[in-house]
Design a protein around this ligand. Structure first.
Ligand code: SF4
Ligand code: SF4
Length: 96
């Protein structure tokens, strides 16, 4: 498939492993597949369990693969996903 959707996933670089937290609102997912297709790595898989809406949603299989690109966050039409850095940003040094 052309464009942003990827048939071939790329493993995340080791230095990014574990840097991002991916949160999924499983019961809001309507299984459109946008996130699983646009994610450049192997963070998502299809679930074998239905959610409350009767869909087989995506699930997060390997959060360590997340590179923080935010594409899933931006493309999900139902606002099911959030991605944030695991380490809080350091506050800027106070100016004396
Ligand atoms: S931000 Fe989303 S699309 Fe990007 S690597 Fe992480 S899980 Fe995949
Ligand atoms: S883009 Fe959103 S609604 Fe679509 S499969 Fe992913 S989490 Fe579910």
């Amino acid at each position: 498939m052309a464009g942003l959707f990827r048939e071939k996933k790329i493993p995340a670089k080791a230095n990014l492993a574990g840097k991002f937290r991916v949160t999924l609102a499983r019961d809001m997912c309507k299984a459109c597949g946008f996130c699983i297709n646009i994610c450049p790595t192997n963070v998502f898989v299809w679930s074998k369990q239905v959610n409350v809406m009767g869909w087989f949603p995506v699930e997060i299989v390997d959060e360590n693969e997340c590179v923080g690109c935010m594409l899933c966050f931006q493309i999900c039409p139902d606002f099911c996903l959030n991605v944030e850095p695991r380490e809080a940003a350091q506050p800027a040094a106070a100016v004396a």
